[in-house]
Design a protein around this ligand. Structure first.
Ligand SMILES: *Cc1c(COP(=O)(O)O)cnc(C)c1O
Length: 417
């Protein structure tokens, strides 16, 4: 096959060559005296990404889902009440796991395309004067619908009710892409994984735990073994792991954290927003289609879910994009299956790379009978990007600073001068 596959599913994401090379390592003894250096470097770097001084990061050889389980089983007991909202496949699956583990989930059903319902959460927590809820679950970025929720708002709801429940946040598809503040938002458990914003293959579950949540370990009686934080904490303290760690992924993670800190986390977030705005322009202004996200406040900067007109099967568009154009788009999951397709724009990404997804999706839609104006998606995205100054992570590597600075200004400004 000539050319490359264009990977635009919202995880796994594209692994930069730098990270691929960093993972090409010979295996080494994970009990060697040199090994703690690697562990300590990773844990310090993760604290920066979670923006925490208080929290303790953990890595498990698992996918993100494993850390959902770690978060629940290390802090809760059978029958404990937890509060959660269901508005997409991932918020649904976390609820499903809670139920399978024997927790009593108070589910707030929400329209898919909306996010955490702050007012309802605030009311429920205020009315819970007996403090029966032990934890509140929030999916920061619902990858199935392209919806980002306001985690600071959930913290406010807890504080306004003076409620002591733990705040658990799924940030699998937002960490390293969208502003996340473990300490400022008073998060108790942040759950993530390696294959989304961190630009690695799947295989590392990543967790950050507050001192309050860590203390719950003593009284929590849900069964846990592999994911027991106490075992991990003890080994990590000396720089080791209770079992064989995923070594190449750890070297990859160090390289990933280097890349994020070179660009600067705030610039990384700004780049994701800028790229996402271009994609949204392609969808709404170019193609005249609707986003699954119901309101601008829910817009996700990591994934865009595009609603297709009635009568068009999303599965056909996705199959056409893949088979004919070697372009991988995300599908609709569960309740929205067949009704939409998703473009992942998280991780290692720039404007021209995204143009491949916009043009490829447009060709596939036209082939499947969607009446969009040919070229309209790229025109709208291009206009957006050319009219806005690019965040500093974009463009060629900086060698000549002055030359580079000239091109940093927006296309619009160049056109006017
Ligand atoms: C991908 C994803 C998960 C699941 O992570 P795995 O690594 O596949 O286990 C959970 N939540 C969200 C929001 C996700 O995007």
């Amino acid at each position: 096959m000539a050319g490359r596959n264009f990977l635009f599913v919202p995880g796994p994401t594209n692994v930069p060559e730098r990270i691929q090379r960093a993972m090409m390592v010979s295996m080494e003894d994970h009990r060697s005296p040199n090994f703690p250096h690697l562990t300590h470097t990773i844990m310090a770097g993760l604290k920066d990404i979670f923006r925490t001084k208080e929290g303790t990061p953990f890595i498990f050889p698992s996918s993100g889902t494993g850390c959902w389980e770690a978060a629940l089983t290390n802090t809760l007991s059978p029958g404990d009440k937890v509060l959660a909202a269901r508005f997409g496949q991932f918020s649904h699956l976390w609820i499903d796991m809670c139920q399978r583990l024997g927790l009593d989930v108070h589910i707030v059903e929400c329209e898919w395309g909306t996010g955490v319902p702050l007012q309802q959460f605030a009311d429920i927590l205020k009315n819970d004067t007996q403090h029966q809820f032990k934890a509140v679950l929030a999916c920061h970025n619902e990858t199935a619908t392209g919806v980002t929720s306001d985690i600071a708002g959930v913290r406010e709801a807890l504080d306004d009710a003076a409620h002591p429940a733990l705040l658990f946040v799924d940030c699998v598809s937002s960490l390293g892409c969208v502003d996340f503040r473990f300490d400022d938002w008073g998060v108790d458990m942040a759950v993530s994984g390696s294959q989304k914003g961190l630009m690695l293959p799947a295989g590392l579950g990543i967790l950050c735990v507050s001192p309050k949540a860590l203390a719950m370990h003593k009284t929590a009686t849900l069964r846990r073994a592999y994911f027991d934080l106490q075992d991990m904490l003890q080994s990590n303290a000396t720089g080791y792991f209770p079992y064989t760690p995923a070594l190449p992924l750890m070297y990859g993670l160090i390289e990933s954290m280097k890349m994020l800190s070179e660009e600067g986390l705030d610039n990384v977030y700004a780049r994701h927003h800028y790229l996402a705005e271009g994609v949204r322009a392609a969808v709404t202004q170019g193609w005249q289609l609707k986003l699954c996200a119901a309101e601008a406040k829910w817009h996700s900067d990591t994934v865009t879910a595009v609603m297709l007109p009635a009568g068009i099967a999303g599965t056909d568009v996705i199959a056409r994009a893949y088979r004919r154009y070697n372009l991988s788009l995300g599908g609709g999951l569960s309740k929205v299956a067949g009704k939409l397709f998703r473009i992942g724009h998280l991780g290692d990404m720039n404007e021209v790379h995204l143009m491949a997804a916009i043009n490829g999706a447009e060709m596939a839609m036209l082939d499947c009978g969607v009446e969009v104006q040919p070229g309209s998606g790229a025109a709208a995205a291009g206009n957006y990007w050319r009219q806005h100054a690019a965040p500093s992570g974009l463009g060629a590597p900086v060698i000549n600073k002055e030359e580079h600075a000239k091109h940093r200004i927006s296309g619009q400004a160049i056109l006017k001068s």
